[in-house]
Each structure stands twice: as C-alpha cells, then as structure tokens.
Design a protein around this ligand. Structure first.
Ligand SMILES: Nc1ncnc2c1ncn2[C@@H]1O[C@H](COP(=O)(O)OP(=O)(O)OP(=O)(O)O)[C@@H](O)[C@H]1O
Length: 475
C-alpha cells in the first residue's frame, strides 16, 4: 500500500467510516449497491470490470469487496485468486452470482470468499452478510475465525497452515447442509478426522457417525456389510442383520477408500443417493434411509472414473463438494506444533515427564518428507517417548530413517557427521551446515552436562562464540 493509500485508510478508520468496493459489470447492480451502502453511511467505490476492480483494491484499500462471479474480462474467481495473493492485508471478499451454483460457491470459498450471495439481492440480507463478514474478518480477540471454528468443533486437529484453515472455512459453510462431500488426501492426512468434524458441526451431530473402510472389507462382503441382509439370503444367513446404512440412519456414513468399492456396491450406493432408499441383500422391498454421505479417497477418483475404473455417474454425485487435504510435506511448518502436541499427549499417556525437542531434532522432523503424513509423525513421536530416558529429545532419539533423511553416508550412533555424499537433488548447504553445527553443540553440551566452557573447549571455540551461536539458533 502506498503512503497516500495508507493515509486514506487511516483517515477513514479515524472517522469511523467503512469503505466498500463493488465490482460488477451490470450498471444497475452498481447503482443499487452504491445507493444502499451510502445510505448506511459507507464510502462506496465501484468498478465495472475485474481489472479495474483489482486496481481499486490496490489503490484504495477498501474494508471489503463485493465481487460479481460472471464478468467478461476477468471473472470473479480470477479476481478472488489475485486478491488472495496479497495475503493477510487483502480485504475480505463476498461473491455475488445470478446463478445458485454449488461448484462455483465451493470454488469461491476455497479461494477465500467470505460468503456467496445469489442475485436478486435482498437489501436487508446483503447488509447483514456484509456486516457478518467484517465482524468475522476482525474478530474481537484478533483470532483467525477459521481457527476459532476449528477450536469449537474439532479441537484435536492441529495446524495453522492456510490450506488447512481454508478447509475449516469450507466445513463451516457446508456443515449445516446435507451435501455430499468427497475428501481427497494422502494416507494419514486426517480425512477421517475431518469427516468427524463435519458431522460434529452438523445438525446430525446427536445421531451416529458410522465409518466404513471399504478397502478392509472383501469385495464379496461389502454389499452385506453396507446394506445388511435378510434371513436366508445366502447359506449361513440364519437371521436378519442390519447393515451400516441402517446403523447410520439420521446421521453420517463415512465411506473411506471409496475407490475400492465393488461395481455392484457402487450401483447400490448410487441408488441410495438418487432415491434415498436401499434393499438389504435378499430383499426386494426398499427401505427409506436418511444419511449424509461423506466419502474419502487417496486415489484420483476423477481420473479413475475417466478410465472406467469407477462409475462416472456415482463420482459426479459423490464429488458434489470436493475437499482436498494437504500432505504434511506441503504444510511442513505445522510439523513443530504437531510434534509438540503428540509429545505432550504421549508423555501423558505413558506416564512420562513432559519433555521438549532440541532445535536440531525439530529441524530433522521438519525436513523429513513424511510419506505416511500425520499418522507417521504421531507414531514416530510415540516411539520416541517410549524409548527416551527423559530430558530434552535430541536427534539421536529420533528413529534412524527419519534422522538420516537428507544426510547420506555412514554415521555413528550419536553423530551424523560421517562421510557425506551429495544427494541427486543437491542440498541446501547453509541449512545443512547450520544443522550439523547445532547437533555438535548439543552433543558437546550433553557430554559436559551443560557446562558451556567445557563444551566450547570440546568444539575448539571460545565460550563467548558458543553462547552467541546458541543465542542465534534458539531465538
Ligand atoms: N491435523 C491433525 N492434528 C492432529 N492429529 C491429526 C491431524 N491429522 C491427522 N491426525 C491424526 O493422524 C492419524 C490419521 O488420521 P486419519 O485416520 O483421520 O487419516 P486418514 O487420512 O483418514 O488416513 P487413511 O487414509 O489411512 O484412512 C489419526 O490418529 C489422527 O488423529
């Protein structure tokens, strides 16, 4: 923001006036909203195309922008994407559209829109939603409203990554509805956790949440498992048995690894989605059922459907709201917080004293690629707590494959400074040297029981240099 813009924004704030920018290529909408918000005492600026709108956002720093979805030069989604690039200083945006399109609304929310308003706009509703958006954009305690929602509905889900927070924003919008959600993410990224949060925040929360792992049930049994069976339906069926659909009636059915479902079960599932009824194996009379379906997969289900490996019509139904969970690699900056969370939890669970990680240990955990995502991290920390003998957790306490990642070459048990080979992909030499330095300092301090003068001697440094290095690496 330039000095002039900053001054404009500051003057407005001092005068207690709010400013709104309306971007729409319909002159009638611009006029109506200009009149409406001026009457409310707002400063209103308007732009009749996306490009002008972006310029005005940059030059006049409005408190909020109302953006039309369909515009000729740059559509509303592209405007949102560009606004988002400005980071935390970007104004909250509300999207307006003449069409009530669920995919467009979902995409808009994913791009950070605070709300999706369908035209014709009711003046009372629009003023209310604009106030709501501003209220939430600057919550009283300064907390991110997405994190606040998470703390209320899914306090066990740890992380502050933007992509994860955007998932909560989407969950907040869709939890009151019954729309079908397809969660995509690598193994261990928290798909079931998120499905449970969605259920917990929905009007169905007092009814059952029934998880089914489709990959764990043999193909021949999946239909019976899901839909139940009647007595005599097959040899050995000595009595009627209720399936998971009936068990989830009124609540949420979570179908994990949906890509592994057999074609016959897919056909039956499609029928439930279309008609809201199913027939147990061995019965012809359908039963009505009221379940919200949430599915999850680590496969690219769209591509699988294109290749004929999954019913395309079912995919379209399941994919009403797609939701993608980032891998842990993509949100590596959440690793320290997650590691400390699992450390505290494991210490409490195993009756160990609360402990902490050394900075070098945190650096190792941060740099490891975690192919098994949060689950792998959780298991690794539990292992560490079980084997550690108290005190600060250093690199030597980290399971070998994790500690060794990125550091190639033979190494002794307590040192990682053996013979290094330059890995194929190269190294970040400065980060690597800093890490080696830190590790050796930690080892020296451990060996001298924290005596800095002796540790400095072991490292060929004077005490002041050692203290300075410690100060730099630990702040
Ligand atoms: N953000 C998070 N914060 C805290 N714990 C998490 C988080 N994400 C996942 N977990 C934990 O990681 C483990 C794996 O999570 P979950 O079972 O939800 O993953 P998933 O994606 O469904 O895995 P899979 O694909 O193998 O079924 C669980 O113990 C869960 O509690």
């Amino acid at each position: 923001m330039s000095e002039v813009e900053r001054l404009n924004a500051t003057t407005r704030a001092k005068l207690g006036r709010r400013s709104i920018l309306v971007i729409d290529d319909h002159e009638a909408t611009l006029t109506a909203l200009r009149v409406l918000f001026r009457r409310q005492g707002w400063d209103v600026t308007t732009a009749s195309c996306g490009v002008d709108g972006l310029e005005l956002i940059a030059s006049s720093a409005p408190d909020l922008a109302l953006v039309d979805l369909n515009m000729d030069d740059l559509d509303g989604l592209a405007v949102l994407a560009r606004v988002r690039e400005a980071g935390p200083s970007a104004p909250p945006c509300l999207m307006m559209s003449a069409e009530n399109s669920v995919p467009a609304a979902v995409e808009a929310m994913r791009l950070g829109a605070r709300d999706f308003l369908v035209k014709p706009l009711d003046p009372r509703v629009i003023v209310e939603r604009v106030h709501q958006a501003l209220g939430s954009s600057a919550s009283v305690d300064g907390r991110d409203p997405r994190a606040a929602w998470r703390d209320l509905h899914a306090p066990g889900i740890v992380g502050e990554d933007e992509r994860l927070l955007n998932v909560f924003h989407l969950l907040e919008r869709i939890s009151p509805t019954d729309c079908t959600v397809l969660i995509h993410g690598e193994s261990g990224t928290g798909k079931e956790r998120v499905a449970r949060a969605l259920h917990a925040a929905s009007p169905r929360h007092e009814e059952p949440f029934v998880p089914v792992n489709c990959a764990a049930i043999p193909e021949t049994l999946i239909e019976r498992e899901l839909f139940g069976h009647s007595r005599g339906a097959f040899s050995g069926a000595t009595r009627d048995r209720e399936g998971r659909f009936a068990a989830a009636d009124g609540g949420t059915l979570f179908l994990d690894e949906i890509g592994e479902m057999s074609p016959a079960a897919q056909a039956k599932l499609l029928r439930v989605l279309q008609d809201r009824e199913f027939a147990p194996v061995g019965e012809t009379r359908p039963r009505r059922v009221d379940v919200r379906i949430v599915t999850a997969t680590k496969r690219d289900l769209g591509a699988l459907a294109e290749r004929g490996g999954f019913r395309a019509d079912l995919f379209d139904r399941l994919n009403q709201i797609p939701l993608r969970l980032p891998s842990l690699r993509e949100r590596a900056d959440d690793i320290p917080q997650l590691a400390r969370h699992f450390l505290d939890r494991a210490a409490a669970r195993f009756g160990r004293e609360a402990s902490e990680f050394s900075p070098a240990a945190i650096a190792h955990l941060h740099d490891y690629p975690w192919p098994g995502n949060v689950r792998e991290l959780e298991n690794a920390i539990e292992q560490i707590v079980l084997h550690a003998d108290g005190g600060v957790i250093g690199v030597a306490d980290i399971p070998t494959p994790i500690a060794a990642a990125g550091l190639v070459g033979p190494a002794t048990e307590r040192t990682r400074t053996g013979v290094f080979e330059l890995p194929e992909q190269g190294v970040d030499l400065r980060a690597l040297l800093a890490r080696i330095e830190l590790e050796l300092i930690e080892q020296a301090l451990a060996r001298t029981e924290g005596n800095r003068s002796q540790a400095a001697r072991l490292l060929g440094l004077n005490r002041t240099t050692l203290v300075e290095k410690l100060r730099r690496t630990r702040c």
